[in-house]
Design a protein around this ligand. Structure first.
Ligand code: P6P
Length: 337
C-alpha cells in the first residue's frame, strides 16, 4: 500500500505527546491555521483565473494598496481563527487595531499575530508570496486581553512560521524544537513532512537587499554592501532579491546568506525601515534562530526587542549567523577584513 508520509498534524501531535504540559489547545490552534493556509493556497493557485488579482483600491494601516488576495487571506484567517476558541486576541498586518475575539466564540490562552499575504504586490506577476504567523501565550488572567498579552518580545513566541505559495506550497514552522518543512500534496490536500529539522549554513554566499535604496542608507550599511560586492577585494557574494520577504527568506534559510532591509531615509514615515517587527521580523527571527541562524536590527537581537506598538517597523538583518554578525560589525563602525 502506498505510504502517504507524515502529515503536519501527525508531526504536531507527536511533538505534543512529548510535551507533558500540552493541553491539545495549541495543536488544535495550529490545525485551524493549517486549514486557513489550504484555503488561501487554493485561491492563490487560481489567482490568475479568479477575480482575486489586482487591488481593491483601498489602502491598509501601512498606507499600502490592499490587494484582493490580501483581503481574502485576512478574512479567511480572522474568521477561521476567531472562532477557534483558543485565542484571546489577534493582530493582523492589514488591521489598524488589535482584533478582539467575540464572546460567543469563547476565549483562549493564545494570541495570533499574522501577515495574511506578504509580498502581495507581486501577486499579479505570479511571484511567490506568503503568509507569516506568530503565536504567543497570554500573560494576563480574566476575560478579553490586555496590551501586555499582545506587545510581547519575540523571545516569548511559542510557535512561528510561514506558508510560501510558490512552485509548491510549503508550511515551515517551529515550536521551539527545531524548524520543519511540510509540502502540500494537492492530490490528497495534506501538508507532508519534506524538510525535517532545517539547518541554515553558518555562512552563505547570497545577499538580498533592495539596492535601489543605496543612496538612502547610512555609510556603514553602504560599506557592508560594498564589501559583499567585493569592492575591498573580498570574494563577492551573489545578489538575489525577489521583493517578496517570505520567498527571499526561505531561499536564504535553505541555501545560506543574509537578507537585509536597512533603515533608510527614503520615506520619513518609515525612519526605522519598512518591515514590521511583530507580523514579519519576530516570526522569521524565531524560525531563523531555531535553524541556527541569527536576526538583528543591526544593533540588537530582534527577539529581545520590547514592542512599542503592534505596527512598529524595525531594520532587519537575518540569515546565516556569521553573515549577520559581520553585518553588525560593519554597522558598529568596524571594517573586518
Ligand atoms: P521593497 C512586500 O511588500 C514587502 O513587505 C516584503 O515582502 C518585501 O521583502 C519588501 O516589502 C520589499 O520592499 O521596498 O524592496 O519593494
Amino acid at each position: 500500500m502506498e505510504q502517504l508520509g507524515t502529515t503536519v498534524i501527525e508531526y504536531i501531535l507527536d511533538e505534543q505527546a512529548q510535551a507533558p504540559e500540552a493541553t491539545g489547545a495549541f495543536t488544535s490552534l495550529l490545525s485551524e491555521l493549517i486549514v486557513a493556509a489550504k484555503i488561501i493556497a487554493r485561491e492563490t493557485r487560481k489567482a490568475g483565473l479568479l477575480d482575486v488579482l489586482g487591488s481593491t483600491g483601498e489602502r491598509n494601516v501601512q498606507g499600502e494598496r490592499v490587494q484582493k488576495l490580501d483581503d481574502y487571506g485576512n478574512n479567511v484567517i480572522i474568521s477561521r481563527m476567531g472562532n477557534s476558541g483558543h485565542l484571546c486576541a489577534m493582530v493582523s498586518e492589514e488591521v489598524a487595531d488589535v482584533i478582539e475575539i467575540p464572546d460567543r466564540y469563547g476565549q483562549g490562552n493564545y494570541v495570533l499575530v499574522f501577515d495574511p499575504v506578504d509580498g502581495s504586490s507581486n501577486i499579479d506577476a505570479n511571484v511567490s508570496i506568503g503568509t507569516i504567523f506568530s503565536i504567543y501565550r497570554r500573560v494576563s488572567e480574566g476575560e478579553g486581553y490586555t496590551m501586555a498579552d499582545v506587545l510581547q518580545p519575540g523571545r516569548r513566541q511559542v510557535a512561528a512560521g510561514y506558508i510560501i505559495y510558490g512552485s509548491s506550497t510549503m508550511l515551515v514552522y517551529t515550536a521551539g524544537n527545531g524548524v520543519h518543512g511540510f509540502t502540500l500534496d494537492p492530490s490528497v490536500g495534506e501538508f507532508l513532512l519534506s524538510h525535517e529539522n532545517i539547518r541554515t549554513p553558518e555562512r552563505g554566499k547570497i545577499f538580498s537587499v533592495n539596492e535601489g535604496n543605496y543612496y538612502f542608507w547610512d555609510d556603514d550599511v553602504r560599506a557592508y554592501v560594498d564589501h559583499l560586492k567585493g569592492k575591498d577585494g573580498s570574494k563577492p557574494y551573489s545578489s538575489r532579491y525577489i521583493g517578496s520577504l517570505v520567498a527571499d527568506f526561505h531561499r536564504n534559510l535553505l541555501y545560506g546568506g543574509i537578507f537585509m532591509y536597512p533603515a533608510d531615509g527614503k520615506d520619513p514615515r518609515k525612519p526605522t525601515g519598512k518591515l514590521r517587527l511583530m507580523c514579519e521580523c519576530n516570526p522569521l527571527a524565531f524560525v531563523c534562530e531555531q535553524a541556527g541562524g541569527a536576526a538583528s536590527t543591526g544593533g540588537m537581537r530582534i527577539l529581545d526587542l520590547e514592542p512599542l506598538d503592534i505596527h512598529q517597523r524595525v531594520p532587519l538583518y537575518i540569515g546565516s549567523k556569521q553573515d549577520v554578525e559581520e553585518a553588525e560589525a560593519y554597522l558598529g563602525g568596524e571594517r573586518p577584513q
